[in-house]
Design a protein around this ligand. Structure first.
Ligand code: EPZ
Length: 429
C-alpha cells in the first residue's frame, strides 16, 4: 500500500492549481442517468472516487468516454467525460459497489425518476458517523414512490412515474437535497423543497440540470422549486472548483508560512473559511486568477469555530483547521455539529505532540510551539489531509499510511505541494 513521506519545516511558495470539485462531479455524473442523450462534463478531477463511480454507472449500462488532452490544455486541467445513459440495462446498485462509496446510493433518484424502479443497496455506516438515508427515502416517498427494504436493499417503485410534492427537510441535508432535486426534475407537476441545502455543489448540479432542460429555480437558497418536465436532453457543463481543496491548501500555507496563489479558486465558495484564516493571522487576497494566501512573520492565532451548513464553516475543513490550531498561540475551540463522530484525527494529531481535549462535540486545542513528525494514518479523507498539514510544519519525518483515502479526494496532492517547496514524496508498495 502506498505511503506518503513528508519532512516538515519548509514554507510553501508558488502556485497550486485547484481541481474540479469532487462533491459536484459525483452528483453531476449521477445526473447523467436522467437522460438518454450524452452529458459532457469538463474539469472532472482525476480521483479514485470518480473512477469508482464510473464503475458503478458502468454496471447500470452507462457508457463513459474520457476525452484525451487537447493542445493548449493545462497539465492539471481536469478530464472531460462523455457520459451516455442511452440504455440502462440494470436498475440494481449492488452492495459491493455502494458500500465502497456512499454517494453512489444517490443513483436511486434518477433511476426511479426515469425507469420508475430501482433496487439500491443501503450504504451502511462509515468512519465519520452513522449517516442514515432516511431523509432521502422520505423525499422519494413524498414524490409518490413506494419504498420497501429487502435483504439490505431499498426497493423503490413508481409505476405511473413520480408526482410533484412539497418536501420539507427537518434537517439540512446535502444528499437529501440532491436526491429530491434530481428526482423532481422528471416528476409530474411542481415540487417545492424547503429547508434545502444551499451548498455551491447543489447550485452547480441544478445549473447543469437546467442546461439539460430541467426547470429548477431557487438553488442556493433554502427554497427550491422544480417544475417537472417529461424528458431531459444532453448538455455540456464545467465542474466548479473544489472549495474544500482550496480551503485545505489555504490552511497548509497558514500552517507553514509562505505565499501561494490558489489558481482558479473562487472566494465566494468558502468565505466563512477565509474569514477564519484571516482571524488566524493569514493574509487572504482574492484576485482575478484565484486566491492568494500568505502568512509571513506573524504567528498563528487561535480561533473558535463551529461547523455549520453552507454558508457556515464546512465540516469538510474541520480536521484541517484543527491541525492548524495545534500550533496557534493560545487555546481554540472547534465544535462539530454536522457529523457525530468526525474526530478520528484527534488521536493521530496527538502523535505529533498536539494537545487536544475532546468533550462531546467540542475539541479544545491548546497550541504548542513545535510539532514532531511521526508515523500516522487516518480513516477518512479529510482527517488524512489534516495529518499532511501537521506534517508539513512538524520537525522531522512523518510517514502517512493508508493514503488511499487521500487519493479519493485530492488530485496529485504530493505533486502540488512539492511544486511549492514541500519535501513530500509518495512511496509505492
Ligand atoms: C455531503 O455528504 C458530502 N459528500 C460530505 O463530504 C459533506 O461532509 C457533507 O455533505 C456535509 O457538507 C458528498 O457531497 C459526496 P448530508 P452528505 O446529507 O450529503 C444527516 C467528504 O469528505 N442525515 O448533508 O452525505 C447526516 O447523518 C464528504 O467529501 C440524516 O440524518 O451529508 C449528517 O449528520 C464527507 N438522514 C447530516 O444529516 C439522511 O437521510 C448532514 O448530512 C441524510 C443525512
Amino acid at each position: 500500500m502506498d505511503r506518503i513521506r513528508i519532512v516538515g519545516g519548509n514554507k510553501l511558495n508558488g502556485t497550486i492549481p485547484i481541481s474540479g470539485a469532487k462533491n459536484a462531479a459525483l452528483p453531476l455524473m449521477i445526473a447523467a442517468l436522467l437522460t438518454d442523450e450524452t452529458l459532457i462534463l469538463d474539469n472532472v478531477p482525476r480521483l479514485a472516487d470518480v473512477a469508482q463511480l464510473q464503475r458503478i454507472l458502468g454496471n447500470h449500462g452507462v457508457d463513459i468516454m474520457s476525452a484525451g488532452k487537447r493542445p493548449g490544455d493545462h497539465e492539471y486541467q481536469g478530464q472531460t467525460l462523455h457520459i451516455s445513459a442511452a440504455n440502462i440495462i440494470d436498475t440494481t446498485a449492488p452492495y459491493e459497489l455502494v458500500s465502497k462509496m456512499r454517494a453512489s446510493f444517490w443513483v436511486i433518484a434518477p433511476l426511479v425518476a426515469r425507469m420508475h424502479e430501482a433496487r439500491v443497496s443501503l450504504p451502511g455506516g462509515c468512519a465519520i458517523g452513522t449517516r442514515p438515508v432516511d431523509l432521502l427515502n422520505m423525499a422519494l416517498e413524498k414524490l409518490g414512490a413506494e419504498l420497501s427494504i429487502d435483504g439490505g436493499y431499498v426497493v423503490v417503485k413508481a409505476p405511473g412515474g413520480l408526482k410533484g410534492a412539497e418536501i420539507d427537510f427537518p434537517k439540512v441535508t446535502v444528499s437529501g437535497t440532491h436526491v429530491a432535486v434530481m428526482a423532481a426534475t422528471l416528476a409530474k407537476g411542481t415540487t417545492v423543497i424547503t429547508n434545502a441545502a444551499c451548498e455551491p455543489e447543489i447550485v452547480d448540479v441544478a445549473d447543469c440540470l437546467n442546461k439539460m432542460g430541467a426547470k429548477i429555480s431557487g438553488a442556493g437558497t433554502t427554497r427550491i422549486v422544480i417544475e417537472g418536465v417529461t424528458k431531459l436532453h444532453g448538455a455540456r457543463h464545467t465542474v466548479l472548483p473544489d472549495r474544500i481543496e482550496t480551503g485545505t491548501y489555504a490552511m497548509a500555507v497558514a500552517m507553514t508560512g509562505g505565499d501561494v496563489l490558489l489558481a482558479g479558486a473562487r472566494p465566494e465558495l468558502l468565505q466563512s473559511a477565509l474569514d477564519v484564516l484571516v482571524q488566524a493571522g493569514a493574509t487572504v487576497t482574492p484576485n482575478n486568477e484565484g486566491i492568494r494566501i500568505a502568512r509571513n512573520g506573524a504567528g498563528i492565532k487561535s480561533v473558535d469555530v463551529a461547523t455549520a451548513p453552507f454558508p457556515g464553516f464546512p465540516t469538510d475543513l474541520q480536521a484541517q483547521l484543527m491541525a492548524l490550531m495545534t500550533m496557534a498561540k493560545g487555546s481554540s475551540h472547534i465544535t462539530e455539529t454536522i457529523f457525530e463522530n468526525r474526530f478520528m484525527h484527534v488521536q493521530e494529531l496527538a502523535r505529533f505532540g498536539a494537545r487536544i481535549h475532546l468533550d462531546g462535540e467540542t475539541a479544545t486545542v491548546d497550541g504548542i510551539a513545535k510539532l514532531r513528525g511521526a508515523p500516522v494514518m487516518a480513516t477518512d479523507l479529510r482527517a488524512s489531509v489534516s495529518l499532511v498539514i501537521a506534517a508539513l510544519a512538524a520537525e522531522g519525518e512523518t510517514m502517512v499510511n493508508r493514503i488511499y483515502h487521500l487519493d479519493r479526494g485530492f488530485e496529485r496532492l504530493e505533486e502540488k505541494l512539492s511544486a511549492c517547496g514541500a519535501q513530500i514524496e509518495r512511496i509505492s508498495g
